[in-house]
Design a protein around this ligand. Structure first.
Ligand code: UDP
Length: 358
């Protein structure tokens, strides 16, 4: 018989459990808790599923593989606690079994992906959020939606605190993502207020780590790929724009704590260490043992000039703090990408043709 878990909403700030681990009870009366995760095959979704299984939950992962990849879940495929359904959560479907938690994590998330799939992005943030909320209501489950720092747009307030309403261009190229997530937040609050569903909203800031797609256009895989190939790093604009990068295991720990909390209003999750993109290029060059080479390309429209989370709220209510130093997280990420880049280089040398997506 598998481990039995006793779940209760946890006051993280005072529980004194350093890893956020749950207390288990051995009386055998309480059944395993079941979590439905949309976007399970994505970068963050797959890490979240892994954490949940490691914590002893039963997980049903859902993904339509639009931007996710089944191989992200290969390490879970033999686990008796993990099931996967290939499904687009914007389409109706009566999901089997009862959910205790519903995590709506499905969405294209890199600017390249959501600009390629703007309608799908708007639909998964709107219709998809609605369907997942309906599931949570049907099963009386706790609901969590992964929102984004993009809700703050090109922020006039720095660092960004949850009470800031943002500065978003509603018709610009990033609007499909920003407005989808803002709508997802509004819909979540509506279900919370009028249907009494227990909900949480995570505003995720820039996150990186293994299982990002090499060619998804985001700055972390782009710079690592370029550095490992010995090519110039493509810095958009003059590189003075800032971001704050959080390692994926830190983010997942924050999401896990938020899932088990009763906080309904948005919570920022990100690493407050802020860096300019040019400084970031230098860090990656150093860690890959390369002399920095840079090509400046035009700054994309509506690219936020600065971004840094204020995580006082997460610290206070979740007892959460990112613990992975940027250099350590980047080393692990570079080690993940190195064989992938080497394989691509070898294929190219043997006339293997175009680069795969992913
Ligand atoms: N960026 C860059 N070169 C690249 C990719 C991105 O200079 O090859 C910049 C981009 O303009 C932005 C920052 O890096 O200012 C982060 O971009 P990313 O696409 O990773 O995420 P964003 O925070 O913009 O959603």
């Amino acid at each position: 018989m598998r481990a039995q878990i006793h779940i209760q909403m946890i006051d993280w700030a005072s529980d004194g459990l350093p890893n956020g681990r749950l207390q288990t009870s051995g009386n055998g009366e309480i059944s395993l808790k079941r979590v439905v995760v949309s976007g399970a095959a994505g970068f963050v979704g797959s890490h979240m599923c892994e954490r949940l299984v490691a914590e002893g939950f039963d997980v049903l992962g859902i993904d339509n593989l639009l931007t996710g990849a089944e191989r992200n879940l290969s390490h879970l495929s033999s686990s008796p606690s993990f099931d996967f359904i290939l499904h687009d959560v914007t389409r109706p479907r009566d999901l089997p079994g009862k959910a205790d938690f519903v995590l709506h994590m499905a969405s294209p998330a890199s600017p390249k992906d959501y600009m390629e799939f703007p309608i799908e992005t708007l639909e998964v943030g709107s219709v998809g959020t609605r369907r997942m909320l309906e599931l949570a209501q049907r099963d009386d489950a706790k609901f969590l939606v992964t929102s984004t720092s993009e809700c703050y747009g090109d922020p006039a307030m720095h660092p960004q605190v949850e009470t800031y309403w943002g500065n978003v261009n509603p018709v610009g190229p990033r609007s499909c993502y920003d407005e989808a997530k803002r709508f997802a937040e509004a819909m979540t609050m509506a279900w919370h207020r009028s249907r009494r569903v227990n909900t949480s909203i995570a505003r995720i800031f820039n996150t990186y780590g293994p299982r990002m797609k090499l060619a998804d256009g985001r700055v972390v895989p782009a710079f690592i790929d370029q550095a490992l190939r010995g090519e110039p790093m493509t810095v958009f604009g003059d590189g003075s724009q800032t971001r704050s990068f959080c390692y994926v295991s830190d983010l997942v720990d924050g999401l896990f704590r938020l899932m088990l909390s009763s906080e309904a209003m948005p919570v920022n999750l990100g690493n407050p260490r802020e860096t300019t993109i040019l400084e970031f290029a230098q860090v990656i060059a150093d860690l890959t043992g390369q002399k920095i080479k840079v090509t400046h390309l035009p700054l994309p429209e509506d690219d936020p000039k600065q971004r840094q989370p204020d995580i006082s709220k997460a610290r206070r209510i979740l007892g959460w703090e990112p613990v992975v130093a940027m250099e350590d997280g980047l080393k692990t990420t570079i080690d993940y990408f190195r064989p992938i880049v080497e394989e691509e280089l070898q294929e190219a040398m043997s006339g293997g043709g175009s680069r795969p997506q992913g």
